[in-house]
Design a protein around this ligand. Structure first.
Ligand SMILES: *Cc1c(COP(=O)(O)O)cnc(C)c1O
Length: 377
């Protein structure tokens, strides 16, 4: 969101383009809004969305826990002031020596989706709590997460039974309904499957305690999205439908929903051109593209709002591309983007809602372009 603080910072400091400016006050508000909408769920911020130390420190101070995917992310969460009891190692694909390193640091909550991973954890982090991730189809999500993570719910029972046999604490079930999930009932089906796993485990005498609802909470890009309270209500309805009075402990792992709307990228128009004298569609080349941090424009999945100095004027369709020499560095082409006709070389534009999945996605120097600079204010 181009907040007054961000606009003032850009006006006063005139930082070189491209750069991201992120307003911590928006992160603070987002945390409060998750708290209000899902008062019973523990919040585990998904560090990968934006691992900036100031963001992590603010969230640690507000009481957040952290979902991490590697030892360096665990160390960042610890450095921000979270104790190991507030950290989950949520990646289902870990080296055994990294599990051991997490265990040494006191982390005791791990994600699994296979017997092979359970066996590594039993060896490297004896006695730890594990939750098994189940597959979801990602319906309703604009950035679905494919079949890379999670196993079939039937198999999850075997995975959790094996964990129990090996002396681990079979603790719960997790899933991720796909990022930018626009359906407030998108959690219902996976919660139904989780409840079945709880019952199957109870038949074996094992009480699971926790359901990890993952991330998926959206950022308002160009399309409108439901309010956070509607997500809270949708999830509460689904939990009571499937679990009745035996409500489990719940965890959410927001990434995008926590930081997406907190950041704005200042960028510059490098060239406006046509490929043929009669073309109606212009090409607009910016000084940032897929390799400068806008990787989520892959398949044109995430459509960022773009603010220009000519907003309100007459618009025409444009193809938007980045500055590198890779022909894949095109942001929007299949569905051209409407931009003002007056837009011209040298204009400054703001790519809005760019606080999540940008800084760490930018390449380290492809074509000599440096990683995306950013300011947290
Ligand atoms: C990336 C990720 C998240 C965050 O997802 P968002 O859609 O950004 O909220 C949460 N949990 C896990 C396990 C993840 O990998």
């Amino acid at each position: 969101m181009a907040t007054a603080r961000i606009l003032d910072f850009l006006a006063d400091r005139r930082p070189a383009s491209p750069c991201l400016v992120l307003d911590l006050e928006v992160v603070r508000e987002n945390y409060a809004s998750f708290r209000r909408a899902l008062p019973d769920a523990a919040i585990y911020y998904a560090v990968k969305a934006n691992p900036d130390p100031q963001i992590l420190s603010l969230l640690a101070e507000l009481g957040s826990c952290f979902d991490t995917a590697s030892v360096p992310e665990i160390d960042m969460a610890l450095a921000a002031g979270a104790g190991p009891e507030r950290i989950s190692f949520g990646n289902t694909i870990k080296k055994e020596r990294d599990i051991a390193a997490a265990h040494e640091r006191g982390v005791s909550l791990f994600a699994v989706d296979s017997v092979g991973e359970v066996e590594k954890i039993a060896r490297a982090a004896p006695g730890a709590r594990v939750f098994c991730r189940i597959l979801t189809d990602g319906a309703g999500a604009e950035w679905p997460l494919s079949r890379k993570f999670g196993c079939d719910p039937e198999m999850a029972v075997d995975v959790l039974l094996r964990a129990h046999e090996l002396g681990l604490r079979a603790y719960g079930v997790s899933f991720h309904v796909g990022s930018q999930q626009c359906n407030v009932d998108g959690w219902d089906e996976a919660l139904g499957q989780s409840a079945v796993i709880f019952r199957r485990m109870a038949e074996h005498g094992i009480q699971l305690g926790m359901v990890n609802l993952g991330g998926g909470f959206p950022t308002r890009y160009l399309k409108d999205i439901p309010e956070m309270t509607a997500y809270g209500q949708g999830i509460a309805r689904a939990i009571s439908r499937h679990f009745g009075n035996a409500i489990p402990e719940t965890i959410i792992e927001p990434g995008r929903g926590m930081v997406g709307d907190a950041g704005v990228i200042k960028a510059e128009v490098v060239l406006v051109s046509r490929k043929h004298a009669d073309d109606d569609v212009r090409w607009v080349y910016l000084d940032i593209g897929k390799f400068g941090g806008l990787a989520e424009t892959m398949e044109e999945a995430i459509r960022y709002p773009i603010l220009t100095p000519h907003d309100g004027g007459e618009m025409a369709p444009c193809i938007i591309a980045g500055p590198t020499c890779d022909s894949a560095d095109v942001l929007y082409e299949k569905t051209p983007y409407m931009l003002p006709i007056a837009l011209t070389i040298g204009d400054e534009v703001l790519i809005d809602k760019a606080g999540a999945y940008t800084t760490t996605y930018s390449s380290v120097g492809f074509n000599g372009f440096p990683p995306l600079k950013y300011y947290v204010i």
